[in-house]
Ligand binder design. Structure first.
Ligand SMILES: Cc1cc2nc3c(=O)[nH]c(=O)nc-3n(C[C@H](O)[C@H](O)[C@H](O)COP(=O)(O)OP(=O)(O)OC[C@H]3O[C@@H](n4cnc5c(N)ncnc54)[C@H](O)[C@@H]3O)c2cc1C
Length: 191
């Protein structure tokens, strides 16, 4: 390990690893310090869905705006979070998604799921971002160092929704048919 680094990140969950990647992308040397034997923290065993409003991956299919997202967050936080903080989150989310999409191996996709409170002001679909599968073998030994799931199976949320059937996610039935094959391949890929 280098004796001196610009940025030392403690923890290898989503927050820590994205912070380290971002620092390295901006030319800083970075190290991730982890207490656990495996990488990933709670993030590795979570559903992995990010709630990100008003970003380019929503496209024409899921219309959104900063004002709608701000209205929804204002309702959802019940006045407990300052408006400037909410505004900062809404304004930064699109930039963060664009950076992850452009500069990292992470492949995100907008899910058809509605916001939890779909009848509240500013609610929309497509703010939940899922991760597409990736080939862990591109980095030898990588998957063995990630904390394995304890609740969710090793498939994407989109695949999981498709298994639950049309009507639960709005996904077409053909995804259900393709799921067993993809599930099998997912398990192969994750070793
Ligand atoms: C079953 C489940 C499903 C979930 N689904 C979702 C979801 O779909 N969407 C969503 O937004 N949230 C979800 N969550 C919540 C989400 O997982 C957490 O909010 C998120 O992972 C927190 O990320 P983090 O990077 O801050 O922390 P973590 O991922 O927990 O990472 C913390 C890191 O710090 C390390 N660490 C801790 N203490 C020390 C120490 N003293 N020294 C060094 N390292 C240390 C840990 O080992 C770990 O690497 C879910 C949670 C669970 C349990």
């Amino acid at each position: 390990m280098e004796p001196f680094v610009d940025v030392a990140v403690v923890g290898s969950g989503a927050a820590g690893l994205v912070a380290a990647c971002r620092a390295a992308d901006r030319g800083a040397s970075a190290v991730v310090l982890v207490k656990a034997d495996l990488l990933g923290g709670t993030s590795a065993v979570s559903g992995g869905v990010m709630w990100m409003p008003n970003h380019h991956l929503m496209g024409d299919e899921y219309p959104d705006s900063a004002e709608a997202a701000l209205a929804y967050l204002t309702a959802a936080t019940g006045g407990k979070v300052p408006r400037d903080t909410l505004r900062w989150y809404v304004d930064s989310a699109g930039e963060a998604v664009r950076w992850l999409d452009r500069e990292t191996r992470v492949r995100l996709v907008a899910m058809p799921r509605p916001d939890y409170h779909s009848d509240w002001p500013g609610a929309a679909r497509g703010r939940g971002l899922d991760n597409l599968p990736f080939d862990g073998h591109e980095l030898p030994g990588f998957t063995a160092r990630i904390r394995p799931p304890t609740y969710f199976p090793s498939i994407t949320m989109t695949e999981r929704d498709a298994m639950a059937g049309p009507g639960t996610s709005g996904e077409p039935a053909r995804l259900m048919i393709s799921t067993p094959g993809r599930l099998f391949r997912s398990r192969i890929r994750s070793g």
